[in-house]
Design a protein around this ligand. Structure first.
Ligand code: GLP
Length: 272
């Protein structure tokens, strides 16, 4: 894992948006895995601004969202479909036929989950998966105790998640979510977080054991994960100084790898 710590949430959003834009500039038909929540709003704002400034073209991009509440009308402002329309889809030139989100009212939930998995495969798999993190260490809606091998399926949300997301328990209790096994198949993953409230989950995910009690810890098994966080979210990391040092000296490490690579064909710069 590459842990990148910035002083402010604004820089977390800048860095994440820059990486997404860079990918789309290199691969115009990139497949993005998208997430929702307050954490993502700053990233989407920056993508919209870059689009308005003519710096990025989304017309060839395909998107898959991580999850959706079951039972809500897609037009319900609480649905993730409505969230995505508000923050991104209606504001950039994404092709609506290529913005996928699990259906909130499928006739057959298991069939919908299978359809979604198949669709991801059909589109060539996810190039870059964006993730936030819940205070209990969930990613997508993979709540603690989720199988680390799970595929897309229905999950029951915890009280903590309902209170965090809606401020009340009178809210949708079930959701369809990509499984951890599905998420781990993305070619590259960026998990971002800011604020003291996420500090414990971040420490557990990065420095704790791999455990279904903290589903995000499964990301330790993926070779290309970047954790982009602010100082507050990093405040419980024991090796914070090490991560800061590595980031500040990254260029040096890359140059060294390049020198080595020229004498030993096949080597490549240090991966996360
Ligand atoms: C929800 C989403 C997650 C998201 C989490 C954190 O539970 N399913 O994908 O990471 O909320 O949300 P926030 O960014 O609002 O803290």
């Amino acid at each position: 894992m590459e842990v990148i710590i910035f002083e402010t949430p604004e820089k977390v959003f800048d860095e994440t948006a820059a990486r997404i834009i860079n990918l789309i500039q290199k691969k115009r038909n990139a497949v993005l895995g998208l997430a929702t929540g307050r954490t993502m709003e700053g990233v989407y704002q920056r993508l919209v601004a870059a689009y308005q400034a003519g710096k990025v073209d989304f017309s060839g991009v395909t998107t898959f969202n991580l999850d959706e509440y079951l039972g809500l009308d897609p037009a319900d402002p609480r649905s993730f479909r409505a969230y995505m329309e508000r923050h991104l889809f209606s504001r950039v030139n994404l092709n609506p036929e290529r913005t996928f989100i699990p259906r909130s009212r499928p006739e057959d939930v298991a069939a919908e989950c299978r359809r979604y998995e198949a669709l991801i495969k059909e589109k060539g798999g996810i190039d870059l998966q964006l993730l936030g993190i819940g205070r209990d260490g969930h990613i997508g809606f993979n709540e603690p105790s989720s199988s680390l091998a799970a595929r897309t399926r229905i999950k029951t949300l915890t009280d903590e998640t309902l209170l965090d997301n809606f401020g009340t328990l009178e809210a949708p209790r079930f959701a369809i979510t990509l499984g951890i096994g599905t998420i781990l198949e993305a070619r590259e993953i960026i998990l971002l977080a800011f604020g003291e409230k996420k500090a414990e989950a971040i420490a557990w995910m990065v420095e704790g054991p791999v455990s279904a009690s903290c589903p995000a810890s499964a990301l330790q098994l993926h070779p290309v994960v970047r954790v982009i966080i602010d100082e507050a979210a990093a405040s419980r990391l024991q090796r914070k100084d090490y991560y800061l040092w590595v980031w500040r000296h990254k260029k040096q490490a890359e140059e060294l790898s390049f020198t080595l690579a020229s004498s030993q064909p096949g080597d490549k710069p240090e991966d996360p």
